[in-house]
Design a protein around this ligand. Structure first.
Ligand SMILES: Cc1cc2nc3c(=O)[nH]c(=O)nc-3n(C[C@H](O)[C@H](O)[C@H](O)COP(=O)(O)OP(=O)(O)OC[C@H]3O[C@@H](n4cnc5c(N)ncnc54)[C@H](O)[C@@H]3O)c2cc1C
Length: 504
């Protein structure tokens, strides 16, 4: 994938300009390119640097939306979860969740039983595993470290865990492979207008400072939590449309439990998760109103205290200490404006057009991104949309057959079999593209650091194929090493070293 900003302004008029390279922009760019439309996509930072890498990493129906009676949203999400699991098994894994219920919990056991039954019922043909009712003795034998006092029972159900930043990237790579012109680190600073009608945008290459125009028949804004900023740039008369909320996650050292847990908070009746993630425990999330710029979102000490305190209530034997936190991340949910408590606001999306003809995609969940993209193309590009792929025919960049001869591959490239299976899991069918770089530079077979199985070839691949341009592009979104327990800083040094040769 080539980052060539010159091609955006060379005599080009695009059919569609997409502003924002989170999951929604990426998927719309992919689907619109499949139809044959000429597509441009500009992202001001890196692909998935916004909400799309700060999620709980679940493709889920959202069991808690059942209590808001959002059955249509849950059913659609369950279907999407299944399709994405089939399309990209390297990015999506089935995960079983347990919901323990205690005497004083806000939601009683009968409600949880009804909830998981309904959840499975709504998944219909798209089920990923059946729910179960678990009595206290069974739960204690499965999870001895769980609080036993007041435990009245539990239920379990199946959902899916995904790699959010890479799923977004794989949509971008697909868009590029279908002919879209995409670029990260390019910010849209204004709209181009002709008698009040939008004809494209003025963009700034953040890496060089260069300013250029991108002309397009249709402009779609998919900037997630930044939508109000662009709406006001479009016209000061446009009303704000978002009610943004902040969500914080803590990655806690070690796997508290090999099962995933959905827990009820005692202080505000919200639900939150403790999920096994890369050998550690992902605890999250908070959900509080947020009014600042999405660029400045940060976890505050009280967010972290809340999560650790609530987790320790259910796992009293674990002594939660801040020094055991590996990383903390905060994101802004771009929710369509509604009154009421933040966690009750609907996750439904809205596709709206302003007076100047600019389309805005607002709200939505990560899980439903493909359905949102499809609806967007059908609504905004009706004359092209007959070429949209069928529901199941929606491969991502690493979809397809993965050769299973791990030993042979390991031998051929001089690597351990565990490194090869890790690469298969990370890149799906593209893992050999990463390995082939070793043929040209044998130093790329070396591990980056003792803290993970990642090898130097991945950094080179990130630069050559995945449009990584900065250290953070590689470390945070392409390789995701921030989730590793690294005390030496060795992986950072190795990345810097490979970047000296491969950074474009
Ligand atoms: C804490 C948290 C947990 C969540 N957990 C889940 C979950 O488990 N499952 C689920 O289904 N959903 C989840 N979500 C929701 C999901 O993450 C979001 O709905 C989704 O990522 C939104 O994607 P987006 O593309 O609309 O926005 P974003 O991912 O934020 O992308 C918008 C992009 O636009 C770019 N941009 C902004 N301004 C400009 C400009 N002027 N020019 C160019 N580019 C610009 C930004 O840099 C950004 O990359 C969660 C959200 C949060 C915050």
């Amino acid at each position: 994938m080539i980052r060539d900003t010159a091609r955006f302004h060379k005599n080009h008029q695009y059919d569609v300009l997409i502003i924002g390279g989170g999951i929604n922009g990426a998927a719309i760019a992919y689907l619109a390119s499949v139809t044959g439309a000429k597509v441009a996509l500009l992202e001001k930072d890196d692909f998935a640097s916004g909400a799309s890498s700060k999620s709980t990493k679940l493709l889920h129906g959202g069991i808690r939306y059942l209590e808001n009676f959002e059955f249509d949203l849950v059913a659609e999400s369950l279907k999407e979860r299944f399709i994405q699991y089939k399309n990209a098994p390297h990015l999506v894994k089935i995960l079983t969740f347990i919901i323990p219920v205690y005497k004083k919990d806000h939601r009683p056991l009968w409600m949880m039983k009804l909830g998981v039954w309904l959840y499975d019922f709504l998944s219909g043909n798209y089920s990923m595993g059946e729910h179960q009712y678990i009595n206290p003795a069974q739960l204690i034998s499965m999870v001895p470290q769980i609080r036993q006092q007041g435990l009245v029972g539990a239920v379990s159900y199946c959902d899916a865990q995904m790699n959010d930043a890479r799923m977004c990237l794989e949509n971008i790579l697909m868009a590029d492979s279908k002919g879209a012109h995409v670029a990260n680190h390019v910010e849209v600073i204004d709209f181009l207008k002709d008698n009040g009608t939008c004809r494209g945008a003025v963009a700034k290459d953040v890496l060089t400072g260069g300013i250029f125009e991108v002309k397009a028949k249709t402009t779609i804004v998919t900037v997630g939590p930044w939508a109000d900023i662009l709406l006001h740039k479009d016209s000061v008369k446009n009303p704000s449309r978002l009610r943004s909320t902040k969500g914080v996650h803590v990655l806690y050292r070690g796997q508290i439990c090999e099962k995933a847990f959905l827990l009820q908070s005692s202080s505000d009746k919200r639900i939150f998760f403790v999920i096994p993630f890369r050998g550690h425990s992902l605890i999250g999330t908070t959900d509080t109103d947020y009014e600042g710029s999405p660029d400045g979102v940060k976890a505050q000490p009280n967010d972290v205290d809340y999560l650790l305190k609530e987790a320790s209530r259910v796992f009293p034997e674990v002594v939660f200490k801040k020094e055991n936190i590996i990383t903390i991340f905060a994101g802004v949910r771009p929710l369509v404006h509604e009154q009421g408590s933040p966690s009750k606001i609907s996750r439904k999306h809205s596709i709206e057009k302003t007076f100047s003809g600019i389309w805005y995609v607002l709200g939505g969940k990560y899980t439903t991104y493909r359905a949102i993209a499809k609806e967007c193309v059908q609504k905004i590009l009706p004359t092209w949309s007959h070429k949209l792929p069928a529901d199941v025919d929606y491969p991502l960049y690493g979809s397809g057959q993965v050769s299973t001869d791990i030993k042979q591959t390991a031998l051929r490239f001089g690597l351990g079999t565990e490194v090869v299976s890790y690469l298969m899991d990370f890149y799906g069918s593209r893992y050999e593209d990463v390995l082939k770089l070793i043929d040209g530079d044998s130093s790329l077979r070396v591990k980056l650091c003792d803290c993970s199985l990642a090898i130097r070839a991945q950094v080179a691949y990130a630069c050559k194929v995945e449009m990584a341009r900065t250290f953070d592009d590689v470390y945070i979104r392409r390789l995701q090493l921030q989730y590793n327990d690294c005390s030496s800083g060795g992986c950072r040094e190795s990345i810097e070293d490979v970047l000296k040769t491969y950074a474009v």
